[in-house]
Design a protein around this ligand. Structure first.
Ligand SMILES: [Zn+2]
Length: 334
């Protein structure tokens, strides 16, 4: 892990106007939709604009080799646009400005870059974003359910902290009580502001970005994502692996938080209420109930085969009664 550097975050209505103050040769990496949104709001013409096609490692590495030199790279859009900008800035050691137009993932704040190799996600690189423009006007134009999805990687602290403590007790894995407290604070603040997150208000946007910032900081200090990544993420990874389809991360992690809180016997009603109030679509309507049932029944096997971290999945069996009960609940929310 590189040394953590706190980012400079400019936030507000029409904050993207700041792009006009950038000097030097600028390369923007974006996609059609966010680029149109930005152009409607702001007349800004960088020297070069590249449209992101995919996040295959080969694609981004080819970009690094083929794109002409630039002084500043600006990533405008969702996770893939920010990650492409991060990749190029990392490879070229260039100044980078990120303008997330949606906050469904924490990519604008993290130091790693999610690329795909043979269709599987792999994290490469290390570059902490230094300058981020959080433009409320742009972000609020995205479908609200996509922005609400960002809450998943903070809400996941509920089940992840349980797993971390369990692993500490059962396997002696190091546990940092101070960092666990910081994580629990983030979870509490998310809970208190759930309505703001749901309604994608300026305060909700700023809070979510700030929670991501703090989470990235304490995870970097710890050297792992343990405080926010537990068995709920195993559910998410398994459903994607099982179906070979891509889902909104917030939907899958939402499902994972509810189902694993049930398995952990860790305030499942609180977990359900929290993810519901944040607007996470935890019933994952894009997957069939049969697929979700299979995902839960084979969770342990998947976890063992994938060599994933220790969690409640190692100590408790997902029995058929629990599976049926969970599917019953999901039906009610579909
Ligand atoms: Zn996640």
């Amino acid at each position: 892990m590189p040394v953590y550097t706190p980012p400079l975050i400019h936030s507000g209505a029409n904050a993207a106007t700041l792009l006009k103050e950038l000097t030097g040769s600028i390369l923007a990496v974006t996609m059609e939709l966010p680029w149109q949104l930005l152009q409607r709001q702001l007349s800004w013409r960088p020297a070069q604009v590249h449209f992101v096609a995919n996040m295959d490692l080969e694609t981004v590495e080819n970009l690094h080799e083929s794109l002409p030199p630039f002084d500043v790279i600006v990533g405008i859009g969702g996770g893939s646009c920010c990650d492409t900008a991060k990749y190029l800035a990392w490879r070229r050691n260039a100044r980078m400005v990120l303008v997330p137009t949606i906050i469904s993932v924490d990519a604008p704040l993290t130091n790693t870059i999610a690329v795909r190799v043979d269709g599987k996600v792999r994290y490469v690189g290390d570059i902490f974003p230094m300058e981020i423009i959080v433009d409320h006007t742009l972000i609020r134009q995205a479908p609200p359910e996509l922005n609400r999805a960002g809450a998943c990687d903070i809400a996941s602290i509920h089940t992840a902290l349980y797993d971390w403590r369990l692993a500490h007790r059962k396997t002696g894995e190091p546990f940092d009580a101070d960092i666990a407290t910081l994580a629990a604070d983030c979870l509490r603040e998310l809970d208190e502001a759930a309505a703001e997150i749901y309604n994608v208000t300026p305060r909700g946007i700023d809070l979510l970005v700030d929670l991501f910032r703090r989470e990235v900081e304490f995870c970097a200090r710890l050297g792992s994502s343990r405080p926010e990544e537990g068995s709920e993420h195993i559910v998410a990874y398994h459903l994607e692996h099982l179906t070979r389809r891509h889902f909104l991360h917030g939907d899958l992690v939402g499902l994972g938080i509810y189902t694993m809180a049930r398995l952990q016997d860790n305030e499942p009603n609180y977990a359900l209420d929290l993810i519901h109030r944040c607007g996470l679509r935890f019933a994952v309507a894009d997957a069939t109930l049969e697929e979700i049932g299979q995902c839960l029944r084979r969770l342990r096997r998947f976890k063992d085969e994938a060599g994933l971290f220790y969690s409640v999945v190692d100590v408790k069996e997902v029995d058929e009664g629990l599976v049926q009960d969970i599917l019953q609940t999901l039906r009610r929310f579909r």
